[in-house]
Ligand binder design. Structure first.
Ligand SMILES: [Cu+2]
Length: 338
């Protein structure tokens, strides 16, 4: 019973997030990176009238491709494939963001990118920037773009045509070569979409809640064992001298807590050189006083060691059920910390 409950709690805590690092990671149609690296961050001029910040799409699966709107061969096919894949995904497509970075900043203004991309799917976002900015991004991703200028001054680019698949955590997980159809994208996107929907903050909260559940179960289910049933209090040597010197003495707490069947023997020892009224008793030097309590109760004793003139011994019931064990351990912890 105990073990089963444990497993249930741990299982629930872990199942809250299907992580990508599982042993049985399903195979991708695309090439897979292991371990994946974080997708290099970039902020470019966006086609939607605001900066294109790759970071903003954390939590979504990003398809990142490079190209240019005047491209006649590769880009239209790639973008059409993305659009088809998104349609095939249905509602799940909300979790997919297509990001298209131009290699042709001269012609690809934000407005032109918006029009071009919108003809495939209005949710696609494009990025442009200065030649240096774009070159930097290409360098970080390992993308090439070679310009060819013709006699009539027109030009075209040969550019890398693969697509980066970036997971919800912002890591480059896979690289889809040019030529794969929408089915393959749907296949791989489905894997990535199933992964942890949670952002980092949420993951931390879930981890804390999970760990707390495990800890609480341990606190509740583990029987309390006691090495000794004695709760010992001592008057150390020199106490009387300290008191005579006017120093505050605090040896006994106002309330002594005992637990029936667990820690239920009160032991008082006078190690000082003079007799002491200690708890419920007058004790000679070197004398001990042992008093067992066998049932839950509360006792009030006159005690000159307390400013109030009295002290209370509370004998709690044995923490037999899980909730009682939680309460008992919480109190024990609180007393240990104070
Ligand atoms: Cu192209």
């Amino acid at each position: 019973m105990n073990g089963r409950l444990w497993k249930a709690v741990v299982g629930t805590a872990l199942a809250a997030c299907a992580g990508p690092a599982g042993a049985a990671t399903p195979s991708f149609k695309a090439g897979v990176f292991d371990p994946p690296r974080l997708a290099p961050e970039f902020v470019l001029q966006g086609s939607q009238g605001q900066p294109l910040d790759l970071n903003r799409y954390r939590g979504k699966v990003v398809l990142l491709a490079f190209g240019y709107s005047s491209c006649t061969a590769v880009c239209p096919i790639t973008l059409n494939t993305f659009a088809q894949a998104r349609r095939m995904l249905g509602a799940r497509a909300d979790g997919v963001q297509v990001v298209y970075v131009t290699v042709d900043p001269e012609r690809d203004t934000p407005a032109r990118l918006k029009k071009f991309l919108g003809s495939f799917d209005p949710t696609f976002v494009g990025g442009t920037g200065t030649e240096q900015q774009l070159e930097q991004v290409r360098k970080e991703y390992g993308v090439s773009a070679t310009k060819t200028t013709y006699e009539n001054k027109s030009y075209s680019y040969d550019h890398s045509s693969f697509t980066y698949l970036i997971d919800r955590s912002g890591r480059i997980r896979a690289l889809m070569p040019y030529g794969h159809g929408p089915d393959d994208f749907v296949h791989d996107l489905s894997i990535l979409l199933k992964e942890c929907l949670m952002r980092r903050g949420t993951r931390i909260v879930v981890a804390i809640v999970g760990a707390s559940a495990v800890a609480l179960t341990a606190i509740a289910m583990t029987p309390i064992r006691s090495a000794s049933r004695e709760q010992v209090f001592e008057i150390p040597k020199g106490t009387w001298a300290h008191r005579m010197a006017g120093e505050p003495i605090a040896i006994l707490p106002d309330h002594i807590h005992l637990t029936a069947g667990l820690r239920d023997i009160l032991v008082l020892r006078n190690r000082d050189d003079v007799p002491q009224i200690f708890g419920p008793t007058l004790m000679m030097p070197g004398q001990s006083f042992t008093l067992p309590f066998d049932r839950p109760a509360q006792y009030v004793f006159a005690c000159t060691a307390h400013a109030s003139g009295q002290m209370t011994i509370v004998v709690d019931a044995y923490p037999g059920d899980p909730w009682a064990r939680i309460v008992w351990r919480a109190r024990a912890l609180r007393r240990a910390l104070w």
